[in-house]
Write a protein that binds this ligand. Structure first.
Ligand code: TTP
Ligand code: MG
Length: 358
């Protein structure tokens, strides 16, 4: 089955603290601020969650629920370090990955078996960071996220296409990524608590209450999701250059060379599904003086002709100081080429409200 993997670290900030200070293991750890402070809880260990402590709750409230809790300040730099380690593993194991937050990402296993890739990711995260992640494997992003959330912490859940209905129907609507507390309350007012009830609810009445959001809600209820991957590339620029066998006097030769480079860079951009915002031409003269000229193009470029045109203009802005020994062309400011079909759940609620990020 074509599948997507979703990875989410367990009690991430708290887990890092418990890893770095083993004496905290098994204790109710609450990361966010001092117990009496006006701060909010970033996260709590699963031990602390048993007392009802949750993310975004005030530290005061957390202390009331769990006075024996170990309250710790947020060490953002350290969590960022571990996050990068985790994301590197995902980048290595998948053919594409989309990081969603500090501790969460989607991975496209490419041609490899998704379940195997998912297992390997989980094992590598544990052996290389000492932390547990919950992993979900499913036909699309929405269902992969449902899967990773289903058996937290340290979960590994696979949803096969044939098993989607059985899993979704009894689920509370609130557990669907994209349905927040507000929408859940609106649905509850109509007597809808589970996904099955949402599916069965009269379409006309649903439209009446939710307008154009009704169709999105039903898509979620059926586990439909055709959102593509939005990969964020490490590579922010690509370039190519050549040193001529003999120094070049003729500007037409340079223009021709730039044309060839433009074709090469356009092909690489196409492979990556990206466009570039800036184009830079570099020349090194016989006496080794090097100059470059750049231009940023508002809408970005991706086609060979566009890149070549920009490059030629830039070449025209270079003073002819000497014969040329090297020429280079670079495109930078790479961004995903917007996909023509991009479903957005954005007008529903964000999957979760994340308070203090550091
Ligand atoms: P989450 O993945 O939502 O939570 P978690 O990893 O702590 O726990 P779970 O096992 O349920 O996944 O968020 C990741 C980190 O982001 C979390 O450790 C702390 C931070 N965070 C906040 O700072 N504020 C918030 O409101 C939330 C939800 C998270
Ligand atoms: Mg998490």
């Amino acid at each position: 089955m074509a599948a997507t993997i979703h990875v989410d670290m367990d009690a991430f900030f708290a887990a890092v603290e418990m890893h770095d200070r083993p004496e905290l293991r098994g204790k109710p750890v609450i990361v966010g601020g001092a117990p009496g402070s006006r701060g909010v809880v970033s996260t709590a260990s699963y031990e602390a969650r048993r007392f009802g402590v949750r993310s975004a709750m005030s530290c005061r409230e957390a202390y009331r629920l769990c006075p024996q809790g170990v309250f710790l300040p947020v060490r953002g730099r350290r969590y960022g370090e571990v996050s990068r380690q985790v994301m590197d593993i995902l980048r290595q194991e998948g053919s594409r990955m989309e990081q969603v937050s500090i501790d969460e990402a989607y991975v496209d296993p490419g041609p490899r078996d998704a379940v195997e890739v998912g297992r390997r990711i989980k094992e590598r995260i544990l052996s290389e960071t000492g932390l547990t992640a919950s992993v979900g494997v499913a036909p699309n992003k929405l269902l992969a996220k449902v899967a990773s959330d289903r058996d937290k912490p340290d979960g590994f859940v696979v949803i096969e296409p044939g098993g989607v209905d059985e899993i979704l129907r009894p689920m509370p609507v609130r557990a669907l990524p994209g349905i927040g507390p507000h929408t859940a309350a609106e649905l509850a007012a109509l007597g809808i608590k589970t996904v099955g009830e949402l599916r069965a609810y009269d379409r006309g009445l649903l439209n009446l209450s939710f307008g154009r959001r009704a169709a999105e809600l039903l898509k979620l209820a059926y586990g439909d999701d055709d959102r593509p991957f939005e990969t964020v590339h490490e590579t922010k620029s690509i370039s190519t250059e050549t040193t001529f066998g003999e120094d070049v006097q003729d500007w037409a030769v340079l223009r021709r060379q730039l044309g060839l480079f433009a074709g090469e860079l356009a092909a690489r951009l196409a492979e990556m599904g990206m466009r570039a915002r800036s184009v830079t031409v570099k020349l090194r003269f016989a006496d080794f003086r090097t100059v470059s000229r750049s231009q940023t193009l508002a809408g970005g470029v991706h086609a060979a002709t566009e890149i070549a045109r920009a490059a030629e203009k830039l070449l025209g802005r270079v003073e002819r100081l000497d014969k040329v020994r090297l020429i280079g062309l670079q495109v930078s400011g790479l961004t995903d080429r917007p996909d023509p079909v991009q479903l957005s759940f954005s007008f529903l609620e964000a999957p979760k409200e994340v308070e203090p990020r550091t």
